[in-house]
Design a protein. Structure first.
Length: 341
């Protein structure tokens, strides 16, 4: 298991404890301290002395041409010895049997990669609405990858479990060194290398300790959302105009006096139904689902804001390092040649 960590002194000990508490599997834990300026490294080294299953690696200087997290994952994976590698985040807390269950599922399905979306403990109803909106936006991804559609791929930083042989064959994090959406694009490398993936809602199986409110999530997605469309400015502009047009149609529809106009807002608010299904799956009440139609537009706003901020500053700042937009576009793994299996 590989955990990249940057300034996680408040959570890293709990994270490591839960990983070491995994049942039904042999644990080899590699924690890569990526240039932390707090006590993260000190805590990791202390825990490594207490438990031989823990190995700490310290990164003091980031090599040219790498994102910090990608380099940390690469360093950790390069010394992993197990048949499988789990990449998980330093702020993600795992249930004791989740890895064993994922391995059983992989064996049953005959796949080499299992990904789980992170669960959260939102502090507000809009926060729950945000996460339900996020899961709904992924529903088609789940459906396609779990039916082995040829161009489908998926990955998630909270829980990316991959067979080590496939990881090495597909190029791993060395191929992802300048990829902001490294977790998702690891799934792309899996597909290109002929591997198969299964993806599921993690819920409290892999609970991340962030994003309790919609406002916080908008800020956290600042570096990510523009990357989801490969930094294509034209697509952002076109999508923004389409979103505004749909908003106008939805609000103005009832005033037309026609059945189609009345149906427009009804269709929009029907988003409550799939949100309720996801809420029940997560063990949440209906409050977040009822908020979903009002919160869903915030995902569009977050995308537009991410693009605007990235373009204005000419790139993204991540883990105290600035990466230019030119670097990120040039390093996009989408542009790599297909890796033959």
């Amino acid at each position: 298991m590989v955990v990249p960590a940057h300034n996680e002194e408040g959570r890293i000990e709990r994270t490591i404890g839960l990983i070491l508490g995994q049942t039904g599997v042999e644990v080899e834990l590699i924690v890569v301290d990526d240039r932390s300026s707090d006590r993260t490294g000190e805590i990791v080294q202390r825990l490594a002395k207490e438990d031989g299953r823990v190995r700490g690696i310290r990164v003091d200087q980031l090599p040219e041409g790498w994102l910090g997290k990608c380099h940390a994952c690469h360093r950790g994976a390069s010394v992993a010895t197990g048949e499988w590698i789990l990449f998980t985040d330093a702020d993600c807390w795992l249930k004791p049997d989740v890895v064993a269950r994922a391995l059983r599922l992989a064996a049953r399905e005959g796949v080499e990669h299992v990904a789980l979306t992170p669960g959260v403990a939102p502090g507000t109803l809009p926060g729950r609405g945000w996460h339900l909106s996020f899961l709904i936006s992924l529903a088609n991804w789940f459906s396609r990858i779990n039916r082995d559609k040829p161009k489908a791929y998926f990955g998630m930083g909270a829980f990316n479990l991959i067979q080590r042989a496939l990881y090495q064959r597909c190029g791993g994090y060395e191929a992802l060194r300048l990829t902001v959406l490294d977790d998702v694009k690891l799934g792309l490398l899996v597909r290109r290398a002929g591997g198969r993936t299964r993806a599921f809602i993690g819920g409290d199986d892999a609970e991340c300790q962030w994003g309790g409110t919609a406002r916080v999530m908008i800020r956290l997605m600042e570096k990510n959302y523009f990357a989801t469309i490969e930094y294509r400015t034209g697509l952002v502009i076109g999508g923004g105009m389409m979103a505004m047009l749909l908003a106008v149609i939805t609000m103005a529809g009832p005033f037309t006096g026609r059945w189609a106009g009345v149906a427009a807002p009804c269709a929009w608010f029907s988003l409550v139904l799939p949100a309720a299904v996801f809420a029940r799956r997560l063990g949440w009440g209906m409050g977040g689902a009822l908020m979903m139609p009002l919160v869903f537009p915030l995902l569009i706003y977050a995308l537009l804001r991410s693009a605007a901020v990235t373009i204005r500053q000419g790139g993204v700042r991540w883990r105290d390092t600035f990466y230019s937009l030119e670097q990120l576009r040039a390093g996009d793994v989408i542009k790599m040649k297909k890796i033959k299996s």
